[in-house]
Design a protein around this ligand. Structure first.
Ligand code: PEP
Ligand code: CO
Length: 448
């Protein structure tokens, strides 16, 4: 690994980092974080890498999902239980539909920092720094709240630890019956024109769960063999670097802030700090790929990116999360598949059908339409198949609560309904019902 060190990124251009008024305070925080225990372990990271390698070969399917931005205030037992519940229920639907084992990865326990298109926000003539996520500043529109505070990184580390602790306990025992569709909240189903189709899918899932249980004597509600992994955008490199460690009896460095960090679309420039930092760690990595890359530059971008991040073609190391939007995926995805093929390396392709489909309502609210999200996923499945490739997973912004942030779905939420419970401070998420319905529809398509 030639000239890489955990700090070599500091010599590269960097974007989307907060400017801390007190640099010494940031250094003290980095030192404190570096002395604290890691949040995950290298063997968990390696186990996930092995599973991602299987997904890249079409033998497993990745389900990744959670909030656009977690908030410190939403670290509650209800919110976490509901998030785990929806991801588990979706994964059971997908196992049934795809006949593949599903890898469950949350966008949680560290998804506290956001890249923003504008550094500042203006309201009534007052200009303040944008809200960059709870790891950086607070959302309230006043000077004190918006001032970047490095102590928040310690709070974020602690919230991540609390989140993980609760999730590990839930998964480790007692979270029974989640795998039993007869206990799911399926009230929305009867609002759909496809109601009877949904009912029979859910019934079939229930039957196969009971069949497996009687065959193996193992209760499907017993989750002790279920893995749950964490992921977040690796945005704030001071934080990521402070939790990057060497471990006994393994070579190299592990980012032990999360199992599976990703590089966001806005920070994936080849010669910049993020690619430099992440090339040196042993975790599986994802990169978001969007329509901003000029098609004539795509092949060389992909080649250089894989030379840096994936030089050894190590199985499971590299995931591309494409997020083109339903309108643009047909124009861009075939070229991405071809560009990867030209390098001779293997990557896992995952569809993020959220970030290319964001629109604003007449009242200025950010939303996404259920039909657009579904259409991008369906197109992704078909385009991969037509190009001799495979879609190995899906990446969602979702929540287990019944918020009203995306439109459509069985209840037919309209733009006017969004006001009733819109909670996200950043991107709109699928709610519980929309997420489960999406899983039913995609599972059905994948099963065909
Ligand atoms: C996100 O995942 O919330 C995000 C900012 O995505 P992207 O980098 O794809 O825009
Ligand atoms: Co988002």
């Amino acid at each position: 690994m030639d000239d890489w060190t955990p700090t070599s990124w500091r010599t590269r251009p960097i974007t989307h980092q907060p400017t801390y008024p007190d640099v010494d305070a940031m250094d003290a925080v980095a030192e404190e974080l570096a002395s604290l225990p890691p949040l995950v372990t290298s063997w968990e990271v390696e186990s996930l890498k092995g599973q991602l390698a299987e997904a890249a070969r079409g033998e497993r399917f990745l389900l990744q999902g959670g909030d656009c931005a977690e908030q410190f205030g939403a670290c509650t037992p209800e919110a976490l239980t509901n998030k785990l519940k929806i991801l588990l229920q979706m994964s059971l639907v997908l196992v049934h539909g795809t006949r593949r084992r599903v890898i469950r990865v949350g966008r949680f326990a560290g998804q506290y920092a956001k890249p923003r298109s504008s550094l500042t926000e203006k309201r009534d003539g007052v200009e303040l720094p944008s809200y960059f996520g709870d790891n950086v500043n607070a959302p309230a529109f006043d000077e004190a709240s918006r001032r970047p505070d490095p102590r928040r990184l310690v709070n974020g580390y602690e919230r991540a630890a609390l989140t993980l602790n609760f999730i590990r306990s839930l998964v480790g025992g007692g979270f029974a019956d989640l795998h039993h569709p007869e206990f799911w909240n399926l009230g929305f189903v009867r609002h759909s024109p496809r109601a009877s189709e949904y009912q029979s899918m859910v019934q079939r899932i229930g039957e196969s769960v009971r069949f497996m249980e009687s065959l193996t004597g193992i209760s499907a509600g017993d989750l002790s063999r279920v893995d749950f992994f964490t992921s977040h955008e690796g945005l704030l490199l001071d934080y990521e670097a402070a939790l990057t460690r060497q471990v006994p009896r393994r070579r190299g460095w592990y980012n032990l802030s999360t199992h599976f960090p990703w590089i966001g679309m806005r920070t994936a420039a080849i010669d910049h700090a993020h690619v430099e930092f992440f090339r040196g760690i042993r975790n599986p990595l994802a990169v978001k790929i969007g329509p901003a890359i000029d098609p004539s530059d795509l092949a060389s971008f992909v080649e250089q990116l894989l030379d840096r991040l994936h030089p050894d073609d190590e199985p499971g190391r590299m995931t591309f999360i494409h997020r083109y939007g339903a309108e643009r995926i047909e124009e861009h995805l075939p070229a991405l598949i071809e560009a990867v093929r030209a390098t001779g390396r293997t990557v896992l392709f995952v569809s993020d059908p959220m970030h290319g489909n964001t629109v604003r309502t007449d009242r200025g609210l950010k939303t996404r339409r259920f039909e657009d999200i579904l259409r991008e996923l369906e197109l992704a499945i078909d385009i991969h198949a037509a190009n001799g490739s495979v879609l190995g997973g899906m990446h969602f912004e979702l929540t287990g609560e019944n918020v009203t942030e995306c439109t459509g779905g069985a209840r037919g939420l309209s733009d006017d309904d969004l006001g009733s419970d819109y909670q996200s401070l950043v991107d709109p998420r699928l709610n519980y019902e929309q997420a489960l319905e999406m899983a039913l529809l995609v599972a059905e398509k994948l099963g065909r």
